[in-house]
Design a protein around this ligand. Structure first.
Ligand code: FAD
Ligand code: UDP
Length: 371
């Protein structure tokens, strides 16, 4: 087959670009992934017990971007799902994000919605500048709640103290003064009805898309590697780590199947205690997927320094190193870098799709400019 473009990585970034190039522009696309499946980190499959699980940790779809919903809805129906999380603090399970019930239950209070803001303000420590993940939380709710909910969890998850991470990391988690206990408040919150992998299969079902699994970019013949290419893997790896390795955080996922219908009261239980519990959270998939099954499977996430790169680590020195790779990427003709690892951004799935659609429009514009 003649190939117009090689797309490296069959996750959200690569699959969106491949679909658009093939259906939108009629390009012949070779989509490769070194894993044995499509879907990237959003890959799901049925485990031995027949329960639909996410192999790379729980993936909950939520977005405010209508265009992203419109686009993905071409390939899947949706099951409405609003994620709820409880954190185990002082031996109790209380809502996270912190809300009115969290504070009232933890401190034996009966504050009203109109009183909580003042309660936070009494405890908040003013900072001249909100720079770190510690600043962001302490300036909003004070040190006690910071230590109970954020310090230990963050130190486990990242292997760094919150004072060493950008404010943007803990700022992902809002603070509420009402009783809303949803993890996300986006206008669209739903799961692909038959799962992510089924959605990817429909995206990639096109005669112009050839999918080659268990294929590493480095093993392709030079003629294919020399472009045009869309690369969605780690950007430092693409350039042979010539400026040094970009730091990533990894996780080990431990799955367990239990002979009960339901194990957890909500989709996820967070474990902010740093010393007593080595993992960060436990997720029970049936809450997310709505699957009916007499048994249930959970996954626990154990943070690791080594292993597959899952998270870019947002802090100034890493951003400076990435900036060197980004400048090099910009000068690399015929290669577009898209996705969470290729642009070193702590992006959710919807942000990756939006970024891929933008890249597609740029590539389509370049082509029509040449034509
Ligand atoms: P990836 O999914 O990482 O895909 C990149 C692909 O490229 C991989 O399959 C890889 O094998 C392949 N690849 C890399 N290098 C090469 C090479 N040299 N040759 C061939 N193939 C290569 N987002 C949400 O919106 N909601 C959530 O609830 C959520 N939960 C998450 C939980 C966890 C534990 C993690 C780690 C992430 C979570 N995310 C969530 C983020 C989400 O996973 C990402 O935004 C999204 O999957 C990124 O897509 P991507 O295509 O950029 O990267
Ligand atoms: N976080 C925390 N305690 C919690 C939940 C989150 O300290 O109970 C912090 C932690 O640093 C985490 C970050 O907020 O890495 C972002 O949380 P999110 O749930 O968005 O992480 P992800 O789902 O991306 O792993």
């Amino acid at each position: 087959m003649k190939v117009d473009r090689v797309v490296v990585g069959a996750g959200f970034a690569g699959s969106t670009i491949a679909e658009r190039l093939a259906r939108g522009l009629g390009e012949r696309v070779l989509l490769i992934d070194r894993r044995s499946h499509v879907g990237g980190n959003a890959y799901d499959e049925h485990d031995e017990a027949g329960i639909l699980v996410h192999r790379y940790g729980p993936h909950i779809f939520h977005t405010n971007a209508e265009r992203v919903v419109d686009y993905l809805s071409r390939f899947t129906d949706w099951r409405p799902y609003e994620h709820r999380v409880l954190a185990r603090v002082r031996g109790r399970l209380v809502p996270i994000p912190i809300n009115l019930d969290t504070v009232n239950r933890l401190f034996g209070l009966s504050l009203g919605e109109d009183e909580l803001e003042a309660w936070f303000a009494e405890r908040a420590e003013t900072a001249p500048r909100i720079r770190t993940s510690e600043d962001a939380v302490v300036a909003r709710v004070g040190r006690e709640l910071y230590e109970l909910f954020f310090r230990g969890y963050t130190r486990k998850q990242w292997g760094l103290d919150p004072s060493e991470l950008d404010a943007s990391v803990t700022s992902r988690i809002p603070v509420r003064t009402d009783r809303d206990d949803r993890y996300f408040t986006d206008s669209f919150q739903a799961m692909p009805r038959e799962g992510y992998t089924a959605m990817f299969a429909r995206m990639l079902d096109h005669p112009n898309i050839h999918v080659s699994l268990d294929t590493d970019f480095r093993e392709l013949p030079a003629s294919l590697r020399s472009g045009p290419v869309v690369f969605t893997g780690p950007v430092d790896e693409f350039f042979g780590r010539r400026f040094g390795p970009l730091p990533y955080r990894s996780l080990e996922f431990r799955f367990e199947t239990h002979d009960v219908r339901q194990l957890l009261p909500v989709g996820t239980v967070n474990e902010p205690d740093e010393t007593a519990v080595p993992y960060t959270r436990t997720t029970e998939f049936k809450h997310l997927t709505g699957q009916a099954h007499p048994r249930t499977t959970i996954v626990r996430e154990f943070p690791r320094a080594d292993g597959d790169p899952y998270y870019p680590i947002p802090r100034p020195e890493n951003e400076a190193l990435y900036e060197r790779y980004r400048a090099l990427a910009e000068r690399t003709a015929d290669v577009a870098f898209v996705g969470r690892l290729a642009t070193y951004r702590y992006y959710n799935m919807d942000q990756v799709v939006a970024q891929a659609l933008m890249t597609y429009r740029r590539l389509a514009g370049e082509r029509s400019a040449v034509a």
